[in-house]
Design a protein around this ligand. Structure first.
Ligand code: F6R
Length: 607
């Protein structure tokens, strides 16, 4: 959550900070601010609201060549001007920006108040700024270390001091920070998107590390000042990938990127001719994996929905008992983990605290821990025993789209890869792989004709309650469809396994209520047809997602959106696209800010 940027170099800092914040705004957008350090002074501009407010207020001609900037997603304290970051300590001596939560902020606040410190805001961040100022005796690095020793909780911080203006001290625990390395300059950021315009050479800060950053030097140590040697790495993402490229919204751009994204995800990994899957990240542990007696998939939100598809895939193709758990629940419920358990975390960002903590817990209990992650260099990617990257490119839209289908594609490849080491015959694997190879073109087919979806949405856009029904592999797709429309259009929607509807939720159905039914061809088609009748008998209006060529369904429902035929385990890769488009169109028609939905932000790094 929250975006962090810092600059020390030779160029004026304001344009670099503001442009960096613009690229990070997807991480939080309820307030923003910048602090510019010069000898004896720190100039702060901060305000509640979108970054545009800061852009109007900040003086772009200021000469300072170092500073920090922040875009906030509120946790402690409402989004107001005062609660916006940066926060100052010691009467303006120190300014700090922070992502995370200082859990013991109350006791620290009491301690500081006993030392005559006065607070302006309700935030935990101001407590940290004041604590650093309290310990400051002419050496910012030392004061930061001393203060962080007193803190429990999580943080990614950047601190500047009026006495040492050419210096940023940064530290991370549970919240990512990356340092871009340029010529006579360094750019600190919470993710690579803010750095790419300047350099692709980066240093990833590790857990518990402190960075002392000056224009021409960079030193990393542990919190206890033990030096840490670091390699400079190259970020593979390009600037084009994080720009709108003519689309109105990142969500729409990313929906349309899916055919190419999935091609990139599959490239070099599926061999249709040989009927084989190559997953480089799993080669070393393939044997151990094949011995797994149980697989636990853990994730949050959309990634959890992908995990649920993974559960079905693993049980069908690998025949190993698999369960998918919300990471936040798994972590705290004393889970049973034994030698034979493999725990697989699914996360686009690789930074989600709940998922990361669940994996840490599993590792501590002796499980082999795997990751399916999009962001290379992220915390989860670095800490798991092995894993597979999505390679779908950066996802900027807050509502996850291409990462979801990327997760499905990787889970499908993993299931086939492991299945071949267990029960899956070469012929079955070859058929599966050849169906998978067709998915990008089938996605293109769906995306080439989106008019029908728009027309359908127009009819129901004023309805405040929707249901999404699916069976088998399409049950998680229904959950995901409901989540998408909730997130971006604020329509209340529920996703259900279609048969569950009659056990209660059917009471919700009223005349004209939109019910999206995923009714593609497969072993449960007849069953979902019955569920459709149940809905229609009660006056519900059915929008069916059906397989091309199914003419019968037209007679049964109000609207049909056709999708190309594929095997059942891969259907969610295709059926989720019209569901994403329904959510997008509803949001646009309702005048919602698609890329910055209310109360949300990308990458949840708090519990
Ligand atoms: C929904 C969405 C979230 C994320 C969830 C996990 O559109 O994006 O539900 O899926 O916060 O995030 P990652 O995958 O980054 O761990």
């Amino acid at each position: 959550m929250c975006g962090i940027i810092g600059y020390v170099g030779k160029r004026p800092a304001v344009p670099i900070l503001v442009e960096g914040l613009r690229r990070l705004e997807y991480r939080g957008y309820d307030s923003a601010g910048v602090a510019l350090a010069s000898p004896g002074d720190i100039a702060i501009t901060k305000a509640a609201g979108r970054l545009s407010v800061i852009e109007q207020r900040v003086d772009f001609t200021q000469p300072q060549t170092q500073g920090i900037g922040h875009t906030r997603w509120a946790t402690h304290g409402a989004p107001t001007d005062i609660n916006a970051h940066p926060h100052v300590g010691g009467d303006g001596l120190i300014a700090l920006i922070h992502n995370g939560i200082v859990e013991n902020n109350r006791s620290l606040r009491t301690y500081l108040m006993q030392h005559e410190v006065q607070f302006e805001s309700e935030t935990d961040t101001e407590v940290l700024a004041q604590l650093i100022a309290h310990f400051y005796e002419g050496d910012l690095e030392k004061a930061v270390r001393k203060a962080l020793h007193e803190v429990s909780g999580t943080y990614g911080i950047a601190v500047v001091c009026a006495d040492e203006p050419d210096l940023i001290v940064a530290a991370r625990k549970g919240s990512p920070l990356i340092i871009g390395v340029g010529t006579d300059e360094h750019i600190l950021a919470s993710d690579a998107a803010a750095i790419l315009a300047h350099t692709t050479q980066v240093v990833y800060m590790g857990e518990g590390e402190v960075a002392v950053i000056r224009p021409d030097s960079l030193r990393l140590t542990t919190l206890d000042a033990i030096p840490v040697a670091k390699d400079i790495e190259k970020v593979e993402w390009t600037l084009d990938q994080i720009e709108l490229a003519g689309y109105d919204h990142f969500m729409l751009k990313e929906i349309h990127e899916q055919p190419e994204a999935i091609e990139n995800c599959l490239r070099g990994r599926i061999d249709v001719k040989e009927g084989k899957i190559h997953l480089g990240g799993l080669v070393d542990c393939a044997r151990e994996l094949a011995r797994a007696k149980r697989i636990v998939i853990t994730a949050c939100g959309t990634a959890w929905h992908a995990g649920l598809v993974g559960e079905y895939l693993f049980e069908e193709l690998v025949r190993v008992p698999t369960e998918t758990e919300y990471a936040s629940e798994f972590r705290y419920r004393n889970p049973i983990i034994d030698d034979g358990t493999v725990v697989l975390g699914v996360s686009q960002s690789g930074e989600t605290t709940d998922t990361h903590s669940a994996l840490v817990e599993a590792k501590q209990r002796g499980a082999m821990v795997l990751g399916i992650v999009n962001v290379v260099g992220s915390t989860i990617a670095r800490e798991v025993d092995a894993g597979v990257f999505l390679h779908v490119g950066p996802e900027i839209g807050v509502a996850s789209t291409k990462a979801f289908t990327g997760q499905l594609a990787v889970l499908a490849m993993m299931a086939c890869f492991l299945g071949r080491r267990k029960h899956l015959s070469p012929t079955a694997a070859a058929q599966f792989i050849s169906a998978l190879a067709k998915i990008p073109d089938q996605m293109r087919q769906v995306l080439d004709n989106t008019t029908a979806t728009r027309e359908v949405v127009k009819e129901y856009v004023d309805c405040d309650n929707w249901l999404y029904l699916g069976r088998g592999y399409n049950y998680p797709a229904a959950l995901e469809g409901a989540l998408k429309i909730k997130e971006v259009s604020y329509i209340h929607a529920e996703g259900l396994p279609a048969a569950e509807m009659k056990h209660g939720p059917i009471a919700l159905i009223t005349q004209g209520m939109p019910v999206v039914c995923i009714a593609t061809d497969g072993i449960q088609y007849d069953k979902i047809r019955n569920n459709i009748s149940e809905v229609r008998t009660r006056g519900g209006s059915v929008i069916a997602i059906a397989t091309e060529g199914n003419t019968e369904i037209k007679e049964m429902v109000e609207h049909v959106i056709y999708v190309p035929d594929t095997i059942e385990p891969l259907q969610p890769l295709i059926t989720s696209i019209p569901l994403q488009l329904i959510a997008y169109e509803a949001a646009v028609l309702r005048g919602c800010n698609v890329d910055k939905p209310r109360n949300l932000a990308k990458s949840v790094t708090v519990e």
